[in-house]
Design a protein around this ligand. Sequence first.
Ligand code: GUN
Length: 709
Amino acid sequence: MDARNEPEPCREQDKGLFEITQRDGAARIGRLHSKHGAITTPMLLPVINPNIRTIEPREMWEKYGIEALITNSYVIWKHEDLRSQALSNGIHSLLDFPGAVVTDSGTFQSYVYGDVEVGPEEIVTFQRDMGVDIGTMLDVFGRPDMTREQLEGAVDETANRAIPSLSVAGNEMLLNGPIQGGTHADLRAKSSLLMGSAENEGRGFAVHPIGGIVPLMEQQRYRELFEILLASKSNLPPDRPVHFFGCGHPMLFPMAIALGVDMFDSAAYAIFARDDRLLTPEGTVKLGGIQEWPFHSHALFGTTPQNVREMEKDERSIILAKHNLEVTQAELSRCREAIRNGTIWELAEKRSHASPHLREAFVWVQEQLDDPDEGPVGDSVLRMIASTNPLRAGGEGLGEEIDFRPHILHIQALLATRWRVPGSWWDSSAGPPERVLLIEGAPPPWRVTALGSVIEKIAEEPRTVVMISTPIGLIPFSLEDLSPWCHLTGPDWIWGPIFDDHEVLGALEEFGLSDIPLVRIAPRDEAEEHSEAIGVREWLDRCSVVDKLALLCAINPSEGCKMTNEMTSRRSRTDRVVNVNSGGKHILSPRLTDGGISLTTHGASIANELNPSPIPEFGSSEEDSAFPGIPRVCIIDDAVPFVGKGRNVMHGYISGADSHLTPGQPCIVVDSNGSLVAHGTPITTHLEMSSLRKGVAVKVREGAMKLDQ
Ligand code: GUN
């Protein structure tokens, strides 16, 4: 294998900036920019003990793709020879590592040994003088068994040290600002607020580790661990990575990442190896008891457990440490890939079965998602659901826990708050519905399996609301091609009928439809050709567009009707609507992959004119309405010529964004007068847009300025 190149230093103005390139709810793929290269997150910082280098840092860089590692500055400070080498040649030379070097401060030693011999400013100065990329202030370790008073003391004293530490860290070194507070959600939220807002000469912390959690992990108190995480995240600035201090067991990665952890660090790969234990994503396995490898790795390829047991202790530790590091890295790759394809929650769900303690924690998070507590944990959970793209391309396996997945909860919430009964019917009459038709026992695509029966019934009684029974609840026929509903996979019986009368009535009540006559049918394959078919079909198409504009773009259905006045459409060879025109002009296209919609510039311009709310500004409050209008991102004047020609909206050029902006769903970009500049798809939320300073905020589909202007 070719040796990996040296890292590319970041631009001076980018140092310490974090950018989000992809996301799945709270889980995000990020890049943290440092003088020794960009660090792609979520990632693990392997712990290097400068006295015992089980795997050489250079080998980690070259063979394992490790972009950053962590070592302990206090250990170096205590050893005279290491200290003088580090101060004269720098930490990168001492470790022989070209990537980013993170150091810890001695806090953990104070937890283990009771005290340290170094002061808060002295240890930060020392880290700075060794040329560390990201140092750590000397925080006060809050043990979970401390009294509330003691924990409050740890939070306050850590916060008191924040500004002096930032001050001595200077311009060159980035700094970790740890969050303490034991298992008290309110203290974690307070610590996050204090540490997140601490600044010296305009510089704050670059990363926020969640500290004091090692005892919880040792005791497998995972429910409290994740409660702490959610409480801390409620107040942390969204433009800074979150680090889980001392967490390195791959079993915990998917769930931690799904809830928003960006960095891990651990010596587990080496410590477990010394103890003849193998890490796997499903727990730990003892070398002593196995005949075959539970997980394969390059390190163990061609060996057997017996071969390894017969090795000398040192050789054995090294080969097992390499295996453990590979398994750890592979699980992180799996997590990053799951973020890219929108399945991080499913991965966390799967891994939760690895241990009963982890399962307890996962079930607790599901309960929070279903019915969030008041307070910081509930705030984080609600924010997580709102930041999750409700639509998914491709199939999704049906499982018992599917109802708790954040994207499903999000689309269900949108359906409950933004769907309305049609304002007028196929025959142009207005008024309330006369009946509900429930389609059961038919698999998707329903436009194929049920259309004939639906047309027949609507022609018979125009004031019919058509609903479909899906394994995860009832949906209006107008949303029949929206994924996840139409892309669920499972055995045939899931397409029912699966709900009893009581369940159906309960579901119809949610839509306000439980008081009108209900007809339940299984569609027939060969419905009669109907003379009214074309007219009914056109009305159904229009309902579909109006309902999707309501659900996904927050456009009031009455405005959606105006937008689709004189609607015509073009269909594909598979009989799906591909272009929607209004008044003869193309306004939007249904997205065939997930059933969502893509606006055209003309459509975006109409949606903008229909939005009466004031132009969004960060910090101003918004009206609370089910239909606040197409979400907008307002950019500063300097960016208008670029975005207007189709360039993406970059963080740092945004002056406001509507709070109902949803990553992955359409938004428009406006200037400070509210004029349309472009339209596209946001990657980040309005909160993230208000603080991030690097990376793409909105992927622009098209600029509204003509290219020749
Ligand atoms: N390593 C593990 N836990 C902690 C912590 O709470 N603070 C610091 N500085 N390092 C840690």
